[in-house]
Design a protein around this ligand. Structure first.
Ligand code: 7PJ
Length: 280
């Protein structure tokens, strides 16, 4: 299995990749406001790469539940300087975490190689054609509803089946727009229109998505379902997130999106070392 993202290529099986999170927002739930000036965000991204991040995910709009949408010019003003400065300085792909085609377009032009589409549930032929033309990588993330409303009343007959059907349908639609399978990463969108139980069902069924023969990405870092399940404050959810990451890697997930890159890399390398010695 191959992943192509602009000039980057990853061949699987290979050690899982950690995608380091760089939030350039005043209101992200865990680190809003810390990296709002471009220099601080760039320095943080360089540090994440140093710690072993093999993708850097830059976002300028918080998608936490209830977050108020950001206007496109403001989102661009936040992310573009960071991407421009990073592009020449790091050897790993930059992804743009956005729901706006216009932001994705400008970010790709500024040096990003992956569109992390946290709104892949909506119909967007224009964005998909852009991904086709630019040969960028594309994270197809499942979400039910929009950040503003998604946690109001998430409902599924069978969340695992519905997410898997969403993935296969999107792979077809993307290919109709000229996006090659090799560009696509699939992500069940933990916390995006899901209850704690839905998240656990998706985590427990990660293997169900490996049949689609595309790299799987999982974002659990600091998320509220860990707090709800275990009563852990925002700053104390790393152990819960690492448990999710290790089991996910054991189940065949290839990309883990994380704030705490050094710790996540260590947990994953340990897991892989054990898996390599597993007796059946
Ligand atoms: C995710 C994301 C995720 C992908 C966010 C947070 C909330 N992108 N962007 N997957 N979550 N692909 O940082 O926890 O789970 S924003």
């Amino acid at each position: 299995m191959i992943l192509r993202a602009g000039q980057f290529e990853f061949v699987f099986p290979r050690p899982a990749l950690v995608m380091g999170i760089v939030n350039v927002t005043p209101d992200s739930f865990s680190d809003g406001g810390r990296f709002l000036n471009p220099e601080a965000a760039v320095a943080h991204a360089l540090q994440l790469v140093e710690q072993g991040a093999e993708i850097v995910d830059v976002g300028g709009e918080s998608t936490r539940p209830g977050a108020v949408p950001v206007a496109e010019p403001e989102e661009l003003r936040r992310v573009l300087p960071v991407i421009e400065q990073l592009a020449g300085r790091i050897k790993v792909p930059i992804s743009i975490d956005t729901a706006k085609p216009g932001v994705a377009r400008a970010a790709l032009a500024a040096g990003a190689s992956i569109v992390n589409d946290v709104a892949a549930s909506r119909e967007d032929g224009a964005l998909w054609r852009l991904v086709a033309e630019t040969r960028a990588g594309y994270v197809c993330m499942h979400a039910q509803g929009t950040p503003r409303t998604m946690q109001a009343a998430p409902a599924y007959a069978d969340v695992v089946r519905e997410v898997r059907e969403f993935f296969s349908e999107r792979i077809w639609r993307l290919s109709d727009c000229g996006v090659s399978r090799n560009q696509i990463i699939l992500d069940p969108g933990i916390g995006f229109g899901k209850t704690v139980e839905h998240n656990l069902q998706l985590l427990g069924a990660a293997r169900a998505f490996t049949g689609l023969e595309r790299p799987l990405l999982l974002g659990v870092s600091r998320k509220s379902f860990i707090g709800k399940l275990l009563g852990a404050e925002l700053s104390a959810r790393l152990p819960g997130a690492l448990a999710c990451a290790c089991l996910a890697v054991a189940a065949g997930v290839q990309i883990i999106r994380a704030h705490d890159v050094a710790e996540t890399v260590q947990a994953i390398r340990m897991t892989e070392a054990i898996l390599a010695n597993q007796r059946t």
